[in-house]
Design a protein around this ligand. Structure first.
Ligand code: PLP
Length: 436
């Protein structure tokens, strides 16, 4: 019988081995696994075919009597992830000591699966518990002398703001927040303006620049690769000790955009994997460019971790191992669908939504129409209704789950993704149209 350890190693076969490579070892009572059969239809009928989007949705135990369009909060686990969690939980309950010792090296396998998905080396990937933890590990771990400046934006999430505040207090650094576009008109954000404002705002004492890839405030997606080029140009004129380190909160592009993370050009990329990636709740990742590895020291000791920079940077202590060991199947699930297909699908659904909203006179759209500058978050207001009223109306009258943005000013927000289809978008548009 294949040992659990062997099957976990087999999961590094990734998409080449298909989802079956991530199935648990056949053991008495393990759901579905003993037959070796898929528990849901293939998400791609055969190579070269369009993904079967209904099969993708069927992989989730989500309550389909609702339209789930607040997917940016927390993932529902697709079947391969849920099954691996259930299997690992049962094994851990049967024999926690042996399971933990037997699978001590599994963090490395998990990191390899993430590395495969993001197009990086395993050594460059650390495991965390959330976007928040990744940001804290990268920002707080950065070596910084008193008098340094931390530059970031008015578009970042409160956890990023606070991670920066804590670091500044600890390091004796100053903090400056800049706007990369007109905050009152995010729908008009444009690439040239973002790059011009960034270049203008870098100062000799700036040592850390932090920005958010896709803003949960208004849906704007920043041109991170071009911004990295602006910072690289400034760094080329600086000594090693004066380099500006670029940290990105990437959570709302991760699992959507067909993007090799190293090609973004930043130094550190932080993301929870428990939102758009559909990995187990309470999981996240941190990628570090090798040129910047020596600029950070760990803030929480690792345990296990699997070696290399990413192993050392992975916060330790024992974890909810049944969740940690089920991260890889989520990445394999995405790779089996195909990263390009995932992006095209999610962009198409959001474009459909934005086109419909833009045609309504009683709606103001805050997210740019261009998919170059947006992703899966669509923010808007309905005349005569507060964002809360709009979200309540969609929930109570139409069984559509939306959210309000936790920023000031707050907007209504819909986040079409892989759990939705075109018909649901039309229903959401009809519901908003009826609010006139
Ligand atoms: C932009 C952004 N960053 C960070 C977070 C926090 O994410 P996590 O729950 O993974 O810590 C959120 C929450 O949704 C967010 O919108």
């Amino acid at each position: 019988m294949m040992k659990r350890r062997d099957f976990l190693h087999a999961s590094t076969l990734g998409v080449a081995g298909g989802l079956l490579a991530t199935l648990p070892a056949p053991t008495a009572g393990a759901p579905q696994a003993s037959s070796g059969a898929r528990a849901f239809p293939p998400v791609r009928p055969s190579p070269g075919h369009e993904p079967d989007w209904e099969a993708v949705r069927d992989a989730f135990a989500i309550d389909r009597s609702w339209s789930h369009m607040a997917g940016l909060f927390l993932a529902s686990h697709p079947e391969p992830v849920a099954r691996q969690i259930a299997d690992a939980r049962r094994r851990l309950d049967e024999n926690p000591t042996h399971e933990v010792l037997d699978n001590w090296g599994e963090d490395r396998t998990t990191r390899a699966a993430i590395a495969e998905y993001i197009g990086a080396e395993t050594a460059e990937v650390a495991l965390t518990g959330s976007t928040t933890m990744s940001l804290a590990v990268a920002i707080h771990g950065l070596r910084m002398s008193p008098g340094a400046e931390i530059l970031h934006t008015t578009h970042d999430h409160s956890v990023a703001n606070r991670a920066i505040q804590f670091k500044a207090e600890h390091a004796g650094a100053s903090v400056r927040r800049i706007s990369l576009y007109d905050d009152d008109h995010p729908e008009e954000a444009n690439r040239d303006e973002v790059l011009e404002r960034l270049g203008r705002e870098l100062r000799p004492e700036t040592r850390l620049f932090m920005a958010t890839w896709v803003h949960s405030k208004n849906g704007v997606k920043l041109p991170i690769a071009a911004m990295s080029a602006v910072i690289a140009e400034a760094n080329a004129r600086r000594d090693e000790d004066d380099q500006i380190t670029f940290v990105v909160d990437g959570v709302h592009g991760f699992g959507i955009e067909d993007q090799a993370i190293p090609e973004l050009g930043c130094d550190f990329f932080c993301a929870g994997t428990h939102k758009w990636v559909f990995a187990p709740r309470g999981t996240g990742m941190l990628w570090g460019h090798p040129r910047a590895h020596d600029r950070v020291t760990p803030v929480i000791p690792s345990i296990g971790g699997g070696g290399g920079w990413g192993g050392t940077m992975s916060p330790g202590g024992f974890h909810a191992f049944e969740h940690r060991w089920a991260i890889a199947p989520a990445f394999h699930f995405h790779l089996e669908i195909g990263k390009a297909a995932v992006q095209a699908r999610i962009h198409a659904l959001n474009a459909q939504l934005k086109e419909g909203l833009a045609a309504m006179e009683h709606v103001r759209l805050y997210t740019p129409r261009s998919m170059e500058l947006s992703s899966a978050l669509t923010c808007f207001d309905v005349d005569g209704h507060t964002p809360r009223e709009t979200v309540d109306h969609l929930r109570d009258e139409h069984r559509i789950i939306a959210s309000t943005t936790p920023y000031s000013p707050s907007y209504a927000r819909l986040t079409p993704g892989l759990l939705n289809d075109e018909e649901e978008i039309e229903r959401a548009l009809a519901a908003i149209r009826s609010m006139k």
